[in-house]
Structures are given as C-alpha cells and as structure tokens.
Design a protein around this ligand. Structure first.
Ligand code: SF4
Length: 246
C-alpha cells in the first residue's frame, strides 16, 4: 500500500473531533458538552481559540490525536461532506481513530530491526487494518474493535520484547498497566522497561533512564520528563509528549 498519512490534517477534516466526543468539565475541558454537539468554539470547521487552547482550559484538545482518521472519514469515506449532511461520520471517528492508532503502532514496529522476523506479519496486519479503516460506514460500525485489538496486540508485544531484550537490565520490573500515578521515580533506571498502558499521571520521571522503554498507551498527563533520556523509546506519540512536562 502507499504510505498512509497517520497525522491529523485539520484543514481536510469536517471538525469531527470538535463535535463527536462528550466533554466533562475538568482540568482538560472548560465546559460540559454532549456527544454529537458542536463545541461552541467551533466556527464552521475552524477552532476559534486554536492558538490559546491551554489558556482557555481546553488542554484535552492539545493532547488529542486522531492519527489522520478525521480527514480520512471526511474525504474518503464521505466524499468531503459535512457532519451535518452525514451525521454517521461522527460515530465512525472513535473506531477509525483506534484503527489508525494501531496502524501507527504497526508502522513503528516495522522500524525495529530487532523485530525483522516479524516484519512480514506486521506488514500484513497494517494492510488489513488500513482496509478495515477504509471500509463503508456500515461495515466500520459493525467491526468488533476489541476482538481486533486482541488479535493485533500480541504481535506488537512480541516486537517490543525483541526490541527491548538486549537493553533490559537484569531483574527489570514489568510496569505494564501499573498504577504509577504521582510516583517519585526521579533518576530511575527504567531502561527498556515495559510501561504499556501504565498510569504515569503526574509521575516524577526527571532524569530517568527511559531509553528503549515501551510507552504504548501510557498515560503521561503531567508526568515530569525533564532531563529524562528517551533515546530509542518505543511507541511514544507526539500527543503523549504534549501531555507531559518536557
Ligand atoms: S476548543 Fe477548539 S479544538 Fe477543542 S473541541 Fe472546541 S473547537 Fe475543537
């Protein structure tokens, strides 16, 4: 397949992420908003406070990443229509977004030389995921996303294991899914650690050794990464970094 763009292109999107999700008034959003209702800051398809999101209390928008799902649904699945003309677009956003995130993870795994033996399977999985994401609206809505993730995740985990095997310190603890909220880990040796799905909200990771650590799905909101060594970190997204203190 040609290289699918897995980055948001807001200019080609009908503003789906500003309409589809619900907001709860928290530190991430300044307002409550029902799903399917346009955010009051949306003018057509343009955010009127785009350059002041943090100052206006919309940090949740700063750290959101659709991985290119918005423009794909708008332009490819619905031929450039608006969500008002085709409200079905809104229901597709969370599904296609997750499929595009999987494609991003598979693409990252394909960059790992240590996982070369898995590359054919990773390539097939990326193609299949791309095909599913580009299906007709009804087929996308019918997809059992949890089952599909369960099918793909072992492959990503194997790639991560292979990439971290040599770099991992002896006795390195597995922090997969760990609750590390607010944990003091300043200067910790977390080289090649698995932090998959770990809750690192507000954790102090200043100066930590995080080389080759696996960050798949880790929640880094407010985590302090200043001075941490992230060389060769695995599956770490721009949105995760925007959520952290760097
Ligand atoms: S604040 Fe701006 S980016 Fe966030 S949902 Fe509203 S219009 Fe969209």
């Amino acid at each position: 397949m040609g290289e699918r763009v897995l980055e948001a292109d807001c200019a080609s999107c009908a503003g789906l992420c500003c309409v589809a999700p619900a907001f709860a008034k928290t530190s991430d959003f300044a307002i409550d908003k029902a799903p399917g209702r346009p955010c009051p800051n949306l003018d057509g398809t343009t955010c009127t406070i785009h350059d002041r999101l943090d100052a206006k209390g919309f940090h949740g928008c700063v750290v959101f990443d659709c991985f290119g799902a918005g423009q794909r649904i708008t332009q490819e699945t619905f031929g450039g229509r608006s969500w008002r003309e085709a409200p079905d677009m809104l229901a597709l956003l969370p599904i296609v977004r997750q499929l595009h995130e999987l494609m991003w993870l598979l693409t990252e795994a394909l960059k790992l030389d240590e996982a070369a033996e898995l590359h054919p399977m990773l390539r097939d999985a990326r193609e299949e995921t791309d095909r599913l994401a580009g299906g007709a609206a009804a087929a996308v809505k019918r997809l059992d996303l949890d089952a599909y993730r369960r099918k793909i995740n072992p492959l990503l985990q194997q790639a991560s294991e292979l990439a971290r095997a040599k770099a991992r310190a002896k006795g390195q603890k597995d922090h997969r899914g760990a609750n590390l909220i607010g944990r003091r880990m300043r200067g910790a040796d977390l080289r090649a650690a698995s932090l998959r799905g770990a809750l690192l909200i507000g954790a102090d990771l200043r100066g930590a050794d995080l080389r080759r650590a696996d960050f798949t799905g880790a929640d880094l909101r407010g985590a302090d990464l200043r001075g941490a060594d992230l060389t060769g970190a695995l599956f770490l997204t721009e949105a995760q970094l925007r959520a952290a203190v760097v």
